[in-house]
Design a protein around this ligand. Structure first.
Ligand code: ATP
Ligand code: MG
Length: 359
């Protein structure tokens, strides 16, 4: 059988990024040959240590490598200096901008046997909203100063993020059909906004999202669509998290919702994410460089393993990602080899070995 070659950049970054990215590589290499996948890896440096040594946190030639020589990437973490450092900017923001990775996709999931199971994915718009960072401070005629910020919402970005959410809902259905345990039976997309107050900006997001999700491809796939005002959504997210499947939100609400939702599953070490654009995907664990535990070999590799699976999902390899998700779930359900953040005693290495065995 002819195999598909996937060219993957490995970008460990700083801190525990260097301990978990090798785990991501190992799981990709351990996938059964019957899946017909081959991997070519390219290692790229990034982060604060690189900046201190070379004056850049991610060189332009590495952007070219991603753009022209890779299908996807796995990014570890970078440490952020505690105070602003002249000339330093986050490589992740740089990569997102250069490759137009306009969606941040974050699945939040417990194992299906959990007493209160959760299985949702938050799809956050990643290019606009208050993050255009156009702020200014002005003289207040009443005394003192006032400050204001631009919240920019475009029809184009709103439509494409909603289309992405619809596609993810369909994809998740395919994963369920290929055997990934789930608490949901059919796809549902929840549109998040505050259009009762912000009728123009959030109103535009809402109407574009509704229109995009009414497309025939989603109707045919049985994707149900609902909408929720962000504040009541937070309430329901904490009371009945199991009721959500796919959530689509503008940048700021998405940021807040995804950290809140991650708190529901117990450890940052479990939560993956993907930065997605047209024709490129970068998997990235949600946690940072965790300087407090680096070098001890105890970082939880699961967020990275799930990020590798998520990357494969966006590369159209549902079967391969289903295998990784299932192996991770089996390790968690068994509960004998857990890292310290989950109350266990296992080292990173032992967790990875156990999951590879279950693959
Ligand atoms: P950064 O500035 O890079 O974000 P941080 O100090 O904010 O670093 P995080 O990586 O965000 O640290 O982690 C927050 C907390 O969660 C830390 O106590 C860290 O040890 C823990 N943590 C994060 N990731 C993991 C992981 N993979 N395994 C175990 N614990 C983790
Ligand atoms: Mg952090």
């Amino acid at each position: 059988m002819a195999s598909r070659v996937l060219r993957i950049a490995l970008i460990p970054g700083d801190g525990i990024g260097r301990e978990v990215i090798p785990a991501g590589r190992r799981i990709l290499e351990a996938l059964p040959p019957s899946l017909g996948l081959k991997f070519e890896f390219t290692r790229l440096d990034a982060g604060y240590e690189l900046f201190q040594a070379a004056g850049t946190s991610f060189p332009d030639r590495s952007i070219d490598v991603l753009r022209h020589e890779c299908d996807g990437a796995l990014f570890g973490a970078v440490s952020s200096p505690t105070r602003a450092v002249k000339g330093y900017s986050s490589p992740i923001v740089h990569i997102r901008k250069k490759l137009d990775l306009y969606a941040n996709v974050r699945p939040v999931k417990t194992v299906a046997t959990d007493a209160n199971p959760i299985d949702m994915v938050i799809v956050r718009e990643n290019t606009e909203d208050l993050y255009v960072k156009e702020e200014r401070t002005l003289e207040d005629p009443e005394g003192g100063v006032y400050a204001e910020a631009i919240k920019r919402i475009s029809a184009r970005a709103s439509s494409r993020i909603a289309t992405m959410a619809g596609k993810i809902a369909v994809q998740r259905q395919k994963l369920r059909e290929s055997g990934v345990a789930s608490i949901h039976k059919s796809p549902l997309v929840t549109i998040t906004h505050k259009s009762n107050v912000l009728s123009q900006t959030d109103g535009l997001f809402r109407s574009c999202a509704k229109e995009a999700l009414a497309a025939q491809q989603f109707v045919d796939a049985g994707v149900a669509v609902e909408e929720q005002i962000v504040d009541s959504m937070v309430y329901k997210l904490f009371r009945q998290p199991g009721s959500y499947d796919v959530i689509v939100a503008p940048n700021l609400y998405g940021d807040i919702l995804s950290d809140g939702a991650a708190a529901l599953v117990g450890s940052l070490g479990l939560v993956p994410s993907a930065n997605v654009g047209e024709g490129f995907v970068m998997g990235e664990p949600c946690h940072g460089s965790a300087p407090d535990i680096m070098g001890q070999g105890i970082a939880n590799p699961i967020a990275t393993l799930r990020s590798a699976a998520l990357m494969l999902e966006f590369l159209g390899e549902e079967k391969a990602s289903a295998k990784i998700y299932a192996a991770v779930d089996a390790n968690l359900e068994d509960g004998k080899l857990l890292s310290p953040d989950l109350g266990g005693k296992a080292k990173t290495e032992e967790v990875v070995n156990d999951i590879l065995k279950r693959l």
